[in-house]
Ligand binder design. Structure first.
Ligand code: GLY
Length: 403
């Protein structure tokens, strides 16, 4: 098969790496890709949002499968356009991707399908939190931050309950990412993962695209997974199909875990970044039959299996990230060889004129490792991190420790 991966981030490097290991794949391309992806695929100089250019190129090259990583081209209709060329494409139509692209649409789907939801706001004072809760009729979930974690999570039914909970503690708590391959009707849940969104250790500082992720996460027990599949993913998939927008691709439910069960914070119409990096490192089964099963509308005979070991991915970010990342800094120590079960996925990297790999974006690399348990995986990932250097490199030292 000839496969094209669209995108240039760590998620797309992990996808290209995993796809390149499939015996079904003879030629692999990536547009636009990055220097890490270039180790496993031929790069195509087309932007991920160049919808017409990508469709034309895929037709001329007789591509058998296009795999779209990021949300922006999906929302712009890349999957629809590629499908019109008669080429199988992994990634939802623009109509189905609205579940991520439009908050109002996602809410409407959740309401119609009876999916338990919770909106998230993060506050460090009671008054703005209370105003936010009032605007939602008090039907919110209040989670304590790290210091008050022992007090748990309160699911509120009205403003009085919300106020009492807010006064007792202040926001944040266990979250999880549950991602499934979806064929329009059926779902194949991947192992659960958790990401770390804040820039600094201890979940402090500004939000980022994600500073690291790990899998599995002990908060998502087999019972919670079953609930997510039954109460969240399948109802969403059925509701989208009922609206004539069948979802084929990766559906990502960002969840808050409460004593009353999982509550949806958001849906994404794609794989998560950085969750995909440790997830694909753990995936034992060939990913290509699962991608094809989703595209062809039949995942029934497809198994998706995971290594029983844990995986941790640590994001190395550029100086100044997230506000104003500096670019152009040479990166040392990338060459390996790496120990078994260690993979370094590129995101914001570029090849300079002199051939060196330099930083070119906020999140530069995701350093991933497998280990017998999360702490082993984290230790092995951080051993690999210690070999990599660039000016101003920043990363969290506590990835995987929250578990
Ligand atoms: N890691 C969060 C996301 O992919 O949206």
């Amino acid at each position: 098969m000839r496969v094209l991966v669209v995108g240039a981030g760590g998620r797309e490097h992990a996808l290209a790496w995993k796809i390149s290991r499939s015996p079904l794949v003879r030629e692999l391309y990536a547009a636009p890709g990055n220097p890490g992806i270039a180790q496993v695929a031929e790069l195509v100089p087309l932007g991920a949002e160049d919808v017409d250019g990508l469709a034309r190129w895929a037709r001329e090259k007789q591509i058998d499968l296009v795999v779209v990583g990021p949300e922006a081209p999906l929302v712009k209709g890349l999957a629809d356009r590629i499908a019109r060329e008669g080429i199988p494409v992994f990634g939802p139509s623009a109509g189905a991707a609205e579940v991520e692209g439009s908050k109002a649409f996602a809410k409407d789907v959740m309401r119609a399908a009876g999916i338990p939801t919770a909106e998230a706001g993060t506050f460090d004072a009671v008054d703005p939190a209370l105003a936010w809760a009032r605007a939602r009729g008090g039907r919110v979930v209040v989670k304590a931050d790290g210091l008050a974690a022992g007090k748990g999570v309160v699911v509120c039914g009205d403003v009085a309950e919300a106020e009492a909970a807010l006064r007792a503690m202040l926001v944040e708590g266990p979250e999880a990412s549950c991602i499934a391959f979806v064929d329009g009707e059926r779902v194949r849940l991947l192992a659960a993962a958790q990401d770390h969104k804040r820039i600094f250790d201890g979940d402090r500082g500004p939000n980022t695209g994600g500073m690291g992720a790990f899998s599995p996460t002990p908060t998502v027990t087999p019972e919670v997974s079953a609930m997510v599949e039954r109460d969240v993913l399948l109802p969403a998939v059925r509701e989208l199909a009922r609206r004539g927008r069948p979802f084929r691709g990766a559906l990502y439910a960002g969840l808050m875990l409460t004593p009353a069960g999982p509550r949806v914070l958001e849906f994404n119409a794609r794989l998560g970044d950085p969750e995909t990096q440790p997830l694909l490192l753990r995936m034992e089964s060939d990913v290509v039959p699962a991608l094809l099963g989703a595209v062809r509308g039949d995942l029934s005979g497809v198994d998706v299996t995971f290594d029983r070991r844990a995986a941790v991915g640590v994001v190395l970010a550029a100086d100044g990230y997230p506000a104003k990342p500096r670019t152009g800094d040479p990166i040392d120590g990338l060459d390996g060889p790496w120990p078994e079960g260690v993979q370094v996925f590129h995101a914001g990297t570029a090849r300079a004129q002199d051939g060196r790999v330099v930083t070119s974006g906020g999140r530069v690399l995701t350093v991933c490792a497998l280990g017998d348990a999360l702490d082993d995986a984290a230790r092995r990932a951080y051993d690999a991190v210690a070999r990599i250097r660039f000016r101003g490199m920043q990363y969290r030292k506590d990835i995987g420790k929250r578990a």
